[in-house]
Design a protein around this ligand. Structure first.
Ligand SMILES: Cc1cc2nc3c(=O)[nH]c(=O)nc-3n(C[C@H](O)[C@H](O)[C@H](O)COP(=O)(O)OP(=O)(O)OC[C@H]3O[C@@H](n4cnc5c(N)ncnc54)[C@H](O)[C@@H]3O)c2cc1C
Length: 645
């Protein structure tokens, strides 16, 4: 085992949130820090995008009134979100936005310096802004440049494989990494970091699903935190939507508004336009496709409504085993532009797309870069149909944190960004990126104010680290060797989650999947890792184990949702016996369990019991705080409490 590196704060992950935390810490004078990441080129922030990738913040344009409490109410309007966290995300949003502006992230403003906004999902005001399809990439590039300018050490090729705690599991003390650039011979690839504080910025659980629009460069590591007993919140609340699968991209906005054909192909190569089964006429079908462009994510509240299309795609692909495509090459023979409804015709006409003789020609008129984007990834929409699926995109839940983004049950451990579960059932588009920046700011402030002293006993730490390290490096002759290709286990676990833990949920499938995940977890835990000679294979095998554990947690939360809550947010629950019928042309078992709205007032928590099994508890949502708004009172409190957050 190598000698531990000692730091005040270890930042794990180099997405937009981890990078921001490092920059804020440095500015606040906490300079004994380092970012450890599996790579600056990895993660969601650098690699994901969409039609117009959104950033949400307090309104900074025109005459429309806005204030932190108004924004907090909108952030938490979907329910299951704490109002005080929403208020912090709202209040700090202009500040963290300004930080990005100062770092040259190109958010558009007018000649008076007003930052223009537009309305996004669940947003009654025009708080959303964007730098185009790659807002989070722009953020990452600027933040990385700043971190480098400040000489903040960035250790790449490091995959965290275990978090270390004190004996009582009251706090974190460090982490074990695999350096994938090192040989696995003699355990040389293992590195130990002792850290007073850990900023855990490892992103969402993208690698847990087969059907996923998280970039291929991102997997996530929430299971690391479950292994040390970290409490989680709202794990069942995730977002799913239609995306292309050969190049992972949301087919939202223009991709729908130009009215592509939805076709499916069976294993004999027989093609059909399956949406026709569900609509009385072609214009009705096309008007529904148009609407889908505005309402991209699957939403239980849009069933019946625009989210029926996601269900029809699911039935065709998952239940009937046919591959589904979007086809931009031609219109159906009975296509008649004048038969479309007024809204669709007006939009296409105003955009100059009404003259297009095919969906592709309309797309060229409406949004030509949308075609080039696929072209740049080797896909020619003029000659080939685009394979699609309903894909996992974002987890609203994650690790539970307090008002400083410190874990609710592990001191010195700060989950920020998507791995932190601050959101509720729904959230305004763009609030994920805002939350990551605000969490980074709050965590950095808390560390600067209260956690700069060294409190870890070096000997205790070393003993603990040795014990953990031995678990990886000790041969286990009696147990099966780890398979040489970790991808086999990964595929099994990913397919399981897309089958049972995505947007269509049934109790039977979820329980079966949870039990399978537990079995696979135990099997992988018992692998003899010394059989592996490649550092990447060791790290990814350990990740598989953590994903299985994460699935046990997520599926436990999903089972609770199925039993108590019913259909809400980004998922529906199917109850073939007692549910409400959804659509006459769907198979008879498609009956929806309605939502019990009483649960919107509560946050679902999940934490292991003494045997390591996740247990669900419920917590009442804290309201958006109201204060007397008197300057002298706030100033006095500020002076008295600032040094003791
Ligand atoms: C297609 C798509 C579109 C989206 N659009 C929007 C939008 O319009 N608006 C919005 O607000 N949000 C959007 N999101 C969500 C948003 O992009 C993410 O929530 C956000 O970028 C996550 O940032 P992060 O810093 O938390 O994590 P990431 O950017 O994912 O970074 C995680 C980091 O942790 C590293 N890491 C992970 N595990 C380990 C480990 N074990 N050891 C070492 N390093 C590790 C990764 O390599 C990476 O550097 C979208 C997401 C997707 C997939």
């Amino acid at each position: 085992m190598t000698t531990p590196t000692r730091l005040n704060t270890l930042i794990i992950g180099s997405g937009a949130s981890g990078l921001a935390a490092a920059v804020f810490l440095h500015r606040l004078g906490v300079k004994d820090i380092a970012i450890y990441t599996d790579g600056l080129q990895r993660g969601t922030s650098l690699n994901a995008g969409s039609d117009k990738q959104t950033y949400y913040k307090l309104g900074l344009y025109g005459a429309e009134p806005d204030a932190p409490v108004l924004m907090a109410k909108d952030l938490s309007a979907g329910g299951a979100m704490h109002g005080d966290i929403a208020l912090i995300e709202a209040a700090a949003s202009p500040l963290t936005f300004a930080n990005l502006v100062h770092l040259d992230v190109p958010f558009p403003h007018d000649e008076f310096g007003q930052y223009i906004g537009y309305k996004t999902d669940h947003d009654p005001k025009r708080r959303a802004t964007s730098c185009g399809p790659y807002t989070s990439r722009e953020m990452c590039l600027s933040l990385t440049a700043e971190a480098k300018r400040l000489n903040i050490p960035i250790q790449e090729n490091r995959i965290a494989v275990e978090l270390l705690t004190d004996k009582g599991r009251c706090r974190t003390t460090g982490a074990i990494f695999i350096n994938t650039a090192q040989s696995a011979q003699g355990g040389q690839c293992f590195e130990i970091v002792q850290a007073e504080n850990i900023i855990f910025a490892t992103g969402g659980p993208g690698g847990m699903y087969a059907d996923s629009v998280y970039p291929v460069q991102h997997t996530g590591s929430i299971g690391l935190a479950f292994e040390i007993g970290a409490q989680a919140a709202n794990l069942a609340e995730s977002q799913f939507g239609l995306a292309s699968t050969n190049f992972r991209w949301n087919v939202s906005g223009s991709y729908m508004q130009v009215l592509p054909r939805f076709i499916s192909v069976d294993d004999q190569g027989v093609t059909r336009e399956f949406l026709r089964d569900y609509f009385p006429s072609l214009p009705d079908l096309l008007n529904a496709v148009f609407l889908k462009g505005y309402q991209w994510p699957f939403a239980a509240g849009h069933v019946p409504g625009s989210s029926l299309i996601d269900i029809f795609v699911y039935v065709e692909s998952i239940e009937r085993g046919r591959q589904v495509f979007l086809d931009y090459r031609s219109d159906p023979p009975d296509f008649d532009f004048n038969a479309l409804n007024q809204e669709t015709r007006d939009y296409l006409t105003k955009s100059g797309a009404h003259l297009g003789k095919t969906p592709l020609q309309r797309l060229a008129a409406l949004n030509a870069p949308a075609i080039s984007l696929y072209h740049d990834h080797g896909i020619d929409l003029a000659t080939e149909p685009l394979p699609i699926a309903i894909c996992a995109q974002h987890n609203n839940g994650g690790l539970a944190a307090d008002l400083n983004w410190e874990s609710t049950n592990l001191k010195h451990f700060f989950p920020i960004g998507e791995v932190s579960g601050t959101h509720g059932v729904t959230r305004p588009g763009g609030s994920a990126l805002n939350s990551g920046q605000v969490g980074a700011w709050r965590a950095a402030q808390a560390i600067a104010l209260k956690y700069q002293e060294k409190t870890i006993n070096d000997e205790d730490f070393l003993a603990q680290a040795k014990e953990s390290h031995q678990r990886f490096s000790k041969p286990r002759p009696a147990t099966p060797p780890a398979p040489s290709d970790w991808r086999e286990d990964r595929l099994i676990l990913q397919q399981r989650m897309s089958r049972a833990g995505a947007f269509v949920r049934t109790k039977e499938k979820a329980v079966q999947a949870r039990d399978e995940a537990r079995k696979q977890f135990i099997a992988i835990k018992n692998y003899d890792l010394t059989a592996l000679t490649d550092a990447v294979a060791i790290a990814e095998t350990i990740r598989n184990r953590q994903f299985c554990l994460a699935q046990v947690y997520y599926l436990t939360a999903i089972i609770e949702q199925i039993e108590k809550i019913g259909s809400r947010g980004g998922a529906i629950v199917i109850d073939p016996e007692n549910g409400a019928h959804i659509h006459p042309a769907l198979p008879p078992h498609w009956r929806l369990k309605p939502e019990n709205t009483a649960w919107r007032q509560k946050v679902m928590l999940c934490q292991p019991d003494g045997d390591g099994n996740p247990v669900i508890t419920w917590q009442d949502c804290r309201p958006v705080p109201t204060t007397d708004g008197w300057f002298e009172t706030v100033w006095k409190n500020f002076r008295e409490t600032r040094r003791s957050l």
